[in-house]
Design a protein around this ligand. Structure first.
Ligand SMILES: NC(=O)c1ccc[n+]([C@@H]2O[C@H](COP(=O)([O-])OP(=O)(O)OC[C@H]3O[C@@H](n4cnc5c(N)ncnc54)[C@H](OP(=O)(O)O)[C@@H]3O)[C@@H](O)[C@H]2O)c1
Length: 285
């Protein structure tokens, strides 16, 4: 099985390095710029292609690892080459987009699959390292799924298969878990800065709390991991928080209220009774 990549950015390069480390065979790279193709080819000891027909002819599995907005255009260019056969499998790695993008190839007999690595990619070598622990989410036609599952069996990565109609919601969830977690932590840091604590001291003092919270979630689940005034039903403390935010940091009040309301929904009838829930809801509204 020879694997070719269209798009030599962070994901394309990291996956190429990772596949190579797992003794899979790469055909090579074709990117928009020769510099990117060359960088990925150097990192993986693979070839550079200068046109799509050469890449298609040399590859059995073709990964389209361009940005989301370029995938459709690449698929249309691939159709125009008339080089694709039933022996080919096409894969893209977008989290939000499904194999619907491959509609122009529905009658081609090709394997079609979307394969989303649940990982954040920065520099390709670190990302290739992280790929060892990465779980993938896939959906596609029978042939595409079988071919990609074969690759993941070789690399030893776990995966789950998702309905293509759920991909956007799935990706919105991934955004909350990764991107908005960063935003949430940044908001807490900003609030702490307004109390005069230095940034490096905030990181030093609060990262252990954040890490312990994440470990607790992993060990006991979200509902059981929750600590603090809401789960204790400390209404006076919540009132004080709201008053302080209103007067000293009103820009964080809406976030505090929204997160508080989401928190009491999570623990209602599990860790707080209906009466406490009603009181807290009135305070947070
Ligand atoms: N980054 C992440 O953390 C992450 C995580 C999971 C999934 N993904 C998905 O993985 C895919 C790639 O993301 P990325 O972060 O690797 O993006 P990226 O670093 O921006 O790389 C995209 C590459 O595609 C190349 N490209 C653009 N248009 C092209 C075209 N028409 N033909 C050939 N090459 C083209 C660009 O080329 P040049 O450099 O040559 O200009 C660039 O190197 C996306 O679908 C994204 O949603 C990303």
């Amino acid at each position: 099985m020879k694997i070719g990549f269209i798009g030599a950015g962070k994901v394309g390069t990291a996956m190429g390095i990772f596949f190579k480390q797992n003794s899979l065979t790469l055909s090579g790279y074709l990117s928009r710029s020769e510099t990117s193709s060359q960088g990925a080819a150097d990192a993986t000891d693979a070839t550079i292609f200068s046109d799509l027909p050469s890449l298609v002819t040399a590859s059995e599995v073709i990964f389209i690892t361009t940005g989301d907005d370029q995938i459709s255009a690449v698929i249309n260019q691939l159709v125009q080459t008339s080089c694709l056969t039933e022996q080919h499998t096409l894969v893209h790695t977008s989290g939000a987009l499904s194999t619907d993008l491959f509609d122009p190839l529905l009658t081609s007999g090709c394997g079609l699959c979307s394969l989303h690595p649940i990982m954040s990619f920065s520099d390709p070598f670190t990302a290739a390292q992280n790929l060892k622990q990465t779980v993938f989410t896939l959906e596609g036609n029978e042939k595409g799924l079988a071919e990609v599952q074969r690759i993941l069996q070789i690399t030893g990565n776990p995966y789950s298969v998702i309905d293509k109609g759920d991909k956007v919601l799935y990706h919105a969830a991934a955004c909350i878990l990764s991107n908005y977690l960063v935003t949430l932590i940044d908001s807490g840091f900003e609030l702490l800065k307004s109390t005069g604590i230095a940034t490096d001291e905030i990181v030093r003092a609060f990262m252990p709390l954040i890490s312990a919270t994440l470990s607790n979630i992993e060990r006991s689940g979200t509902v059981n991991a929750l600590t603090g005034p809401l789960v204790r039903g400390d209404e006076n403390t919540i009132s004080k928080h709201i008053e302080a935010l209103k007067t000293q940091a009103p820009e964080f009040l809406a976030l505090y209220q929204t997160m508080g309301l989401a928190t009491i929904e999570m623990i209602k009838d599990k860790r707080i009774d209906a009466e406490t829930y009603d009181h807290l809801k009135n305070q947070l509204k």
